[in-house]
Design a protein around this ligand. Structure first.
Ligand SMILES: Nc1ncnc2c1ncn2[C@@H]1O[C@H](COP(=O)(O)OP(=O)(O)OP(=O)(O)O)[C@@H](O)[C@H]1O
Ligand SMILES: CC(C)(CO)[C@@H](O)C(=O)NCCC(=O)O
Ligand SMILES: [K+]
Length: 258
């Protein structure tokens, strides 16, 4: 591959799309969009670009080659019409000891983090689902865990109960009182303190196994969780790496060639 050749990486998550523009092997810039309707995907395939794409794409030869990593097959299917598209599968990720249904996002983030930061490594993805995924020094998947992400926990409480309101996370500023005296604070307290204690427990359990391992956190809720963790468990955040682009690192370094 020409070292300056431009191409697009697209990670299809369960909430939205995450885009990366590469120039050769270098990640030039990233942005997020909502899912796109079929008509817009057709336009992109015909070489047009979108208002909320970076302006520099206008200067590049479109349609750009596209590499997709997706955990949403129905969304992947919409891109099959794109003229130069490749879909990354687990076989393209050199990570060892994987199981067949492992999410490609988890495999790529783990691989990218390990290659750049070193193995062993633990990756926390604070996305729609919150996941822990670890690998040992031999680049074997050790395993991990999956639970509802922060937004999903609030959404579920709001939707599946009669008396609980739907909380909007954009309004959160600092930690709520743990023993709360109103309903929104009580929901925040329950979800947030329990999640933070769980994250701390998983990280310390990982460090019992791999004392010198790096731990990295990604995903849409990474900053909020990091800030809360810093208040409650500063000894953990001192060793926690916040890195939104682990999957793009993984795409760039998987044994995948355009
Ligand atoms: N602009 C935004 N749109 C949607 N979610 C956002 C936004 N900003 C922050 N978030 C938070 O990001 C979380 C979703 O994370 P992310 O976008 O990484 O998920 P995703 O695209 O579904 O990826 P994954 O499939 O890896 O979970 C939500 O809980 C939400 O609180
Ligand atoms: C857990 C999610 C939803 C996180 O995006 C994704 O990685 C996925 O659908 N995984 C499949 C199941 C697994 O990883 O074991
Ligand atoms: K499902």
């Amino acid at each position: 591959m020409n070292i300056h050749k431009p191409w697009l990486a697209l990670e299809i998550g369960n909430s939205r799309l995450h885009w990366g523009l590469f120039l050769g092997e270098t990640l030039d810039c990233t942005w997020n969009t909502d899912y796109l309707p079929d008509s817009v995907i057709q336009q992109l395939g015909n070489g047009r670009t979108l208002d909320n794409f970076p302006a520099k794409i206008f200067t590049l030869p479109c349609p750009l080659p596209l590499v997709i990593a997706s955990v949403v097959p129905s969304q992947t299917a919409l891109w099959q019409s794109y003229p130069n598209v490749k879909v990354i599968t687990l076989e393209n990720v050199p990570l060892k000891n994987t199981y067949p249904t492992l999410g490609i996002d988890r495999a790529l983030a783990l691989w990218g983090a390990g290659i750049k930061l070193g193995f062993p490594i633990l990756v926390i993805d604070a996305g729609t689902a919150l996941t822990f995924t670890g690998a040992d020094s031999q680049q074997n998947l050790v395993g991990g865990a999956i639970l509802p992400g922060l937004g999903l926990q609030f959404a579920t409480l709001g939707q599946k109960t009669s008396q609980l309101p739907q909380l909007e996370m954009q309004t959160f500023t600092s930690l709520p009182p743990r023993f709360a005296q109103n309903t929104p604070d009580a929901i925040q307290s329950g979800v947030i303190y329990t999640l933070l204690a769980g994250i701390k427990d998983f990280i310390t359990a990982w460090w019992d196994l791999y004392p010198n391992s790096k731990v990295a956190i990604k995903g849409g809720d990474r900053t909020l969780l990091f800030n809360y963790l810093q208040t409650l468990y500063p000894e953990i955040t001192a060793r926690l790496i916040v890195e939104p682009n682990l999957i793009f690192w993984g795409i760039a370094t998987s044994n995948y060639h355009l």
